[in-house]
Design a protein. Sequence first.
Length: 315
Amino acid sequence: MPSIKFTVSSSVHGIEFLDTYVYYKKGLLHTRPYSKPCDDHSFLVPTSCHPTHTIRNIPYSTAVRIHKIASENEEYHKAKTDYVEYLTRRGYNNNIIHEAFTKVEAHPRHSYFQIKNKSDDTSNKVFSLVTDFNPALPNIGKILNTHKHILHLDTTLTTVINPDNIFTSFRGAKTLHDQLIHSKLPPNNDTTTTPAQNSAEESITGCRPCKKTCNLCKNYLKTTSIAYSFHTNSTFNIKHPVDCDTKNIVYIINDLICNTSSIGCTADSLKVRFRNHKSHIKHSRRTCEVSTHFSDNSAMHILNKSSNLVFDDCS
């Protein structure tokens, strides 16, 4: 692809790989932290809507990464100075940053590479209380810890669940990005028509039946490019191609026996709205002009024989 660019670099001193720079010194290979020139180190802003422990863990995880990558003490302190500046610039408290690096430096570098064996002891099994995070909530962890002593009163229960291993866990709420952006495109179920055919169909304005020929389109819908009103004796051009699945529409129901017209609008599809009209007429629910008229004149009307329906898109 033309937009993809490849660069090749070589050096007798060292080479970068991901976030690590590997170099040769005194017969040994060493590593130090590396970041691209375009990296602006945009750590999560501390004022964002996240639990407190998430904010505190970012300086700690950054300190652990630097401590593991920097094989020489001199390179570690250089990287530490840089990343303390990056974190401070993003608004992190100096005490939290200092506490994180002090905690990491309390253990030797090689200890962070050791594999931790998982215990099979069931007493160490943890139980999490999962809930959605909201900054307006009280401190659920504090409330939970305050009442853990109640579980200790039941000796049988403590053999199954260790109260000290119960903690609060927050699931991530959907962000504005998650609400607006979708990773998948909606499926295109219509594979029988070509783009040229679709374009030709879309250019034809007017009210038309759907491709499935449902009950509404078969018995009630009138195929036309104009709408007629008995009340005003006027005709109106339908400016859009519409069918029973179209949403945000204005529709007109003409009673061919009484020569009356009823106009309505809906944000739902016509299929949904007309199904509601039929149900209200069937159960004599006088909720609108349509159901009231057909309920009052039920003796002289058969709905699909005495009416037709025309509509247009108003979105």
